[in-house]
Design a protein around this ligand. Structure first.
Ligand code: CUA
Length: 168
């Protein structure tokens, strides 16, 4: 078969485009640092949060010298705990779940912005370098009080931070 050079060029170009599309989609799904919400997320019964070891008492917990876990419950129309206080310069891992409907956990002025889905635990680790106060808002419409659903994240100077005594 005799293919015209010009036509060959178009064929190669079209192939490259297809490969490019596939690569882009693949990267979006599994690329380093790219996370998507999917079925592999940990599941939890949203009606049984009171019985859950982590979420019955939403809190900040120190898990390493410079590492903190924060268990957050989003519900109509609040976040618990509020405020969330962590020290500057530490790695903070948020575990967020919903007690009722879909919310979001979005920290204004940062790239912390995740959907919070009942039955799932959204997880993300962040380091806050500078002390400061950040507003936490809900970006998913969740009912009549959606616009008022907010909380505060306070990043304390390292030397002033003191973890409130919990029951555990
Ligand atoms: Cu919760 Cu909007």
């Amino acid at each position: 078969m005799n293919i015209h050079t010009y036509e060959k060029l178009w064929l190669v170009g079209a192939m490259l485009l297809i490969v490019g599309f596939i690569a882009t989609v693949t990267y979006g799904a599994v690329g380093v640092g790219v996370t998507m919400i999917d079925d592999s997320e940990e599941t939890i019964d949203p009606t049984q949060l009171d019985e859950d070891e982590r979420f019955s008492e939403p809190r900040v917990e120190q898990v390493g010298e410079n590492e903190y876990d924060v268990y957050v419950v989003a519900r109509q129309f609040m976040f618990q705990p509020d405020p969330i206080e962590v020290p500057a310069g530490s790695d903070v891992t948020f575990y967020v779940t919903s007690a009722d409907v879909i919310h979001s956990f979005s920290v204004a002025g940062t790239n912390v912005n995740t959907m919070v889905i009942p039955g799932e635990v959204s997880t993300m680790t962040v380091e806050f370098d500078e002390p400061g106060e950040y507003g936490i808002v809900c970006n998913e419409y969740c009912g009549s009080g959606h616009h008022a659903m907010e909380a505060m994240l306070i990043v304390q100077p390292e030397d002033e931070f003191e973890l409130e005594e919990g029951e555990n």
